[in-house]
Design a protein around this ligand. Sequence first.
Ligand SMILES: Cc1ncc(COP(=O)(O)O)c(C=O)c1O
Length: 426
Amino acid sequence: METLDFSKASLIDFLDIEDSNLFERAEIFADFVGYLHDTNHHFYRRVSTTGSGATVSIQDKCSGLEREMIFMASNDYLNLTKHPRTIQAGVDAVLKYGSGAGSVPLLGGTLDIHIELEEKIAKMKGCEAAILYSSGFGSNCGTVLAMLKEKDLAILDMYVHASIIDGCANTNVKYFKHNDLESLEHILKSNMNFRTKFVIVDGVYSMDGDIAPLDKIVELAHQYNAYVMVDEAHASGVIGATGKGTPEHFNIEGKVDVVAGTFSKGLGSVGGYICGSKKLINLLHYYSRSYMFSTAMTPQSAASLVAAIDVIQEEPAIRAKLWDNINYFKSNLLQLGFNIGNAQTAIFPVIIGDDFKVRETCRILDEMGIYANPVQYPAVPRKLSRIRFSLMSAHTRDHLDKTLNTMEHIKKVLKITETSQKTSMN
Ligand SMILES: Cc1ncc(COP(=O)(O)O)c(C=O)c1O
C-alpha cells in the first residue's frame, strides 16, 4: 500500500487495506488527504459562512479569510432555504414549540405541525397518507428495510441512491440497466416467484439529472405484479406542471405505489417522507426502525416545509426562473461542445472521463470563484467522471455566463476534446 500512487488513487482504495488495522488505515488515508490539499485538489468540506444561495462566502482553509463564490453545488433549487415565508414560518415555530420535538414520533414527538406537513406532502404527491422522517437517507433506508424481507425482491435501477441500496440489506436485489425498460422487463419476467417484488427508481437522477420513464416503468411493473417506489429527492419542486414531481410530469398521479423523497433539496429544509396508502403508512409507523427510534423532525423544519409547499404552489415564477436558467445553461454548454449526457433538469454533469482533469477543472473553477463539485470514481465509473453543476432560480445571467466562460477556457487549457468526451460515454 505504501507504494500506492496518490495521483491515481481514489477513495475506494482506502476502504480496506490489507494488514492495516483501522488506525493504520486512518494514517495512510490522512497522508492521501494531505496530498490532495498540497496539490489544490481537495474540494470536500469547504466551509461557508452564509448558507445556501446563488453566491456563498467560503472561508480559506489556512488564513480563515472569506471570499464570495458563485455557488453551483446546492440542491436548494428554488432557493427556498432563504424565502421570507419559509424563514418566518420557521421562526414562528421555534417561538411556539421550542427548538426540538423532544421525542421519537411514536412516543410523544408528534406535533400538530408534523400532521399538517404529512397531509400537505401526501396531497402534493397524490397519495392517501404520508410519514415523516428526520432525514431522507433514513426515510429511504428504513422504509425499504421494513418493506422487503428474505422472500422478497428489490429490482433497482443501477443508479439509485445509496440510501435505497443500504435499505436492501435484508432482501434479494437485482439491478437493471439505467432507465432501460428491456433490461427491467427481463428481470421482471425471470423472477416471478418472489413474494413481494418492488421496482425502485429515482424520479430525477442525482448524478445525471435525467428523468426516469416512470409512466412506462409503472405500467410494466404492474403487468408483472410488481410494485413501484420512486424517490423524488431531486424532482420535487422542479418537474411537473406545478412542481409536484415525477408522477405529475407523466400524468400518473395516484398510480405509483410508494412515493418517497427528501425535504432537503427543492423544498429547502431537511428530513424525508414516504407517501402511499393509509395502511402501508400505518405499517411503517410500527416497523420502520429509523422512524420509531429517531427523534421527530424539528418543529422549525416542519413549519418551514409547510410554507415551502405553499410557496411552490402559489409562486410559480420561482420555478419558471429556474427553468429559464436550465434552458440557457444547457444550450450554452452544448454549444461549447461539452458532453452533458442526457441532462434534463437542474443537475448538469459535464462528463470529462479523466479523474485528474476533473480535479484540475475544479481547481481552476475554484480559483475563478466558482464552487462546483467533482464526481469521480467510485461514485461514477472512471470513464464517466465529471463536474456536477446544480442550478438555482436565484442564479443570474452573470453567474451563468461567468461559469460558461470559465468552462470554455478550461476546455482549451486542459484539451478536453469532443473525441475524448465521446469516448467517455461508451
Ligand atoms: C436521490 C437521493 N435520495 C435520497 C437522498 C438522501 O436525502 P437526505 O440528504 O435528505 O438525507 C439524497 C441526498 O443526498 C439523494 O440524492
